[in-house]
Ligand binder design. Sequence first.
Ligand SMILES: Nc1ncnc2c1ncn2[C@@H]1O[C@H](COP(=O)(O)OP(=O)(O)O)[C@@H](O)[C@H]1O
Ligand SMILES: N[C@@H](CCC(=O)OP(=O)(O)O)C(=O)O
Length: 255
Amino acid sequence: MRIVVKVGTSTLAHATGRLNIRHVEQLVKVLSDLKNAGHEMILVSSGAIGMGVGKLNLPGRPGDMPTKQAAAAVGQCELMYTYDKLFSEYNHTVAQILLTGEDVDHADRRRNFENTMSRLLELGALPIINENDTIATEEIKVGDNDTLGAIVACSAKADLLVLLSDIEGLYTADPRRDPGARLIPVVEEITQEILALAGEKGSDLATGGMATKLRAAQMATARGCDMVITNGEHPEVLYDIAQGKAVGTRFVAKK
Ligand SMILES: Nc1ncnc2c1ncn2[C@@H]1O[C@H](COP(=O)(O)OP(=O)(O)O)[C@@H](O)[C@H]1O
Ligand SMILES: N[C@@H](CCC(=O)OP(=O)(O)O)C(=O)O
């Protein structure tokens, strides 16, 4: 199977912006093992801004564009250093790809991206993709990595997109606000009622909240790719998800 895994800031970093070592180490171990088992793995990783906030000792997520972009420049370095080091322990080679919305909207650039990604997979490398936050201004950005994950899954003709978040899946309401909210295990069709369930993001360093995840599900399922939202705290669930077992919320691909 070709699997795109998107990991959010809330999984990769503590609230301080510093690296969540336990989560990242477990994630790298499971992705390496799935790759060893014969799956083609692509990682869409957030965390550049969050990690930059931690490394630069900023008081919180910056509001202004230059500080955000500076934080991303510092944090992206830290992210790739960490991935390179940890994947190397399992004998895997990583490759960094940074994109903006303009790159994927532009047919030639998108084709270049797709060609590079497919050659990297043929060469046995593991592409790690993020938005190019240091140059992605308001007008040209994708804006959130849930959408970027769906764009990558569609471009790579992936079989499965997994969004690792800080929540088990889609609930009937935001569980942080409504303690009676229930997990929805399977979504066969993304109706207006389903879209209306999405609330705000859950933490200061995160970007999209549930709305961007549902938009990603619309894009992926329309192109024949299943999408699963699950908690990134236990990346071992990726083994079960790859086998089609019920974990988190699965959005079923359109036939
Ligand atoms: N209906 C819902 N079901 C589950 N989570 C929801 C819902 N509505 C809003 N949320 C919020 O979305 C958050 C996950 O998105 P986000 O904070 O952007 O994290 P990530 O960094 O993983 O992208 C959850 O922590 C939760 O507070
Ligand atoms: N490109 C940004 C992440 C954007 C994003 O969507 O973040 P998240 O909601 O944590 O998945 C970064 O690397 O900080």
